[in-house]
Write a protein that binds this ligand. Sequence first.
Ligand code: FE2
Length: 362
Amino acid sequence: MQLIKTLVRTLTPSKAVTAATIAGLATALVQPVAMASDNTLNIYSARHYPTDDALYSGFTAATGIQINRVDANDAGILARLRAEGRNSPADVILLVDATRLWRAEQDGLFANVKSATLDSAIPATVKGAPDANGASAWFGFSSRARIVVFDKARFDAADVATYAQLAAPKLKGALCLRSGSHPYNLSLFGAYLKHEGESKTKAWLAGLVDNMARQPKGGDTDQIRAVAAGECGVAVTNSYYLARLMRSDKPEDKAVVEKIGISLPDQSGNGTHVNIAGGAVAKNAKNKANAIAFLDYLATPAAQAHFANGNNEWPLAKGASANNPALAAMAPKGFKADSLPIRDIGSQVNAVQRLLDQVNFR
Ligand SMILES: [Fe+2]
């Protein structure tokens, strides 16, 4: 294991990516995953970021362990794991979002893991509840803030300094959101519920519905573009989608960024809601040692630098920092993140869904 860590530390992302490894990964995507072997790791990944190839090839280059990867969305991966049951070839599961990690843990899809590397690197607030032995079912490796963007011609940062203000009368007819049932929104609403309680949260959600410029549709990037186009005055997005536009060389993306202002809400209160991308060892993993080695690798400086620079996420391992111009521009002095444990947010999902139904939030 020490050898793995040493090798990983000496890699840089640019050295790690070669055309051959990327071609190999592309082939792996269309092949059925292999079963147990000393030199193999089967990953089911819901990370939907093309820049992640460097993450996987870095691990293979450092360890010689070949990765077979299945890419699907979170719901698809969880459905597949349930269907495969004990015969599942999955060793590692990568999911984005607190509610999905919590749900998968509840469904018994993860194995509890105890690792000295993860114990020292990953903060307690971004991993599954420890069992009697201090082992957790999942670990967060990168984070993203759920931020607010607004049309600078119509609104000021002071109009959207808090999440509560998204329901204020001033935003009537101006608010755009993706579906309320999308995990990113379920987690944001779950954090709100945890802080404010049921009646306040229900009133707030009803206020959001009242303020909508249109029915929820599209992804986060679509909301940002709709603000720039004037269809929406205010929208909510994950930080990495905005960072991607901020770092784009395309004139149309530059024009979008030019028109919008950014708010990281609740800096004077609970802090801005952050969500995580995390990993777990599958309950029925056949290559368990390799799976734990991969999670350990995700906490290394090389992998953490990838999260920051490849996909514009804030790294979560202790001591890691993001050297990313867009993230720095978004929060020049850093920002106050909501300190609620991620597992406490995920566990709100059923209560939030009930409230959404009650206020007719689609
Ligand atoms: Fe996303």
